[in-house]
Design a protein around this ligand. Structure first.
Ligand code: GRF
Length: 196
């Protein structure tokens, strides 16, 4: 690879399996990138992935007053970052950050948006709603972040079947597997369009 690695900032709130997928893809040279910082808005299991890979880590408490939270987040993200990945980040991104990084913030959502998105739709709640509605397929979406919740322009989607015997847990596992692949493919496309 001759092109210099792109720089990423990854924001997490949970288990960090998507963060781990990025770290793994970089380690195996499937993605020409470098994570310059991982930021979490709460103490979460995902921080261990950052520690193990020696990636700088910043915790910004989600309970801070909104202005202070926005200020800290703004400060923690460097100007040079090529892409900010919300990999299971549950706080709302402050408007000033969206304005500072137009088309540089992407979010992952575990459904086929615009279905099953919006306020309160996260984690198992999404899969419960999909099963309750007897959907025959679900999936995951990667989209740009705008002022709304899960409303930004869709970049990529992957579909999975929903089976009659599915529980939110089994459906979540099937979707996460697809999500990790979709994420690495999408990052490659966005960061190195000529290489795809
Ligand atoms: C993912 O399923 C993503 O779609 C959603 O939050 C989950 C994060 O999972 N926004 P993980 O923390 O990367 O394991």
């Amino acid at each position: 690879m001759n092109t210099p690695p792109a720089t990423l900032t990854v924001l997490i709130s949970g288990s960090g399996s998507n963060l781990a997928a990025i770290i793994n893809a970089i380690a195996h040279k499937r993605l020409n990138a470098r994570i310059e910082r991982v930021i979490a808005d709460r103490d979460c299991a995902g921080k261990q992935h950052a520690f193990s890979a020696d990636i700088p880590f910043t915790l910004i408490d989600r309970h801070l007053p909104p202005n202070e939270f926005a200020e800290a987040l703004n400060h923690a993200i460097s100007e040079q970052t090529n892409l900010i990945v919300l990999a299971g980040f549950l706080s709302i991104i402050p408007e000033r950050l969206i304005a500072r990084f137009p088309k540089k913030i992407i979010n992952l959502h575990p459904s086929l948006l615009p279905k099953y998105g919006g306020m309160g739709m996260y984690g198992k709640k999404v899969h419960q709603a999909v099963i309750k509605a007897k959907e025959q397929e679900s999936g995951c979406t990667i989209h740009y972040v705008d002022q709304g919740i899960d409303t930004g322009e869709i970049i990529a989607q992957a579909r999975v079947p929903v089976y009659l015997q599915d529980t939110p847990e089994t459906l979540q596992q099937r979707i996460q597997k697809q999500e990790h692949e979709l994420l690495i493919h999408t990052l490659t496309t966005l960061l190195h369009p000529k290489a795809v």
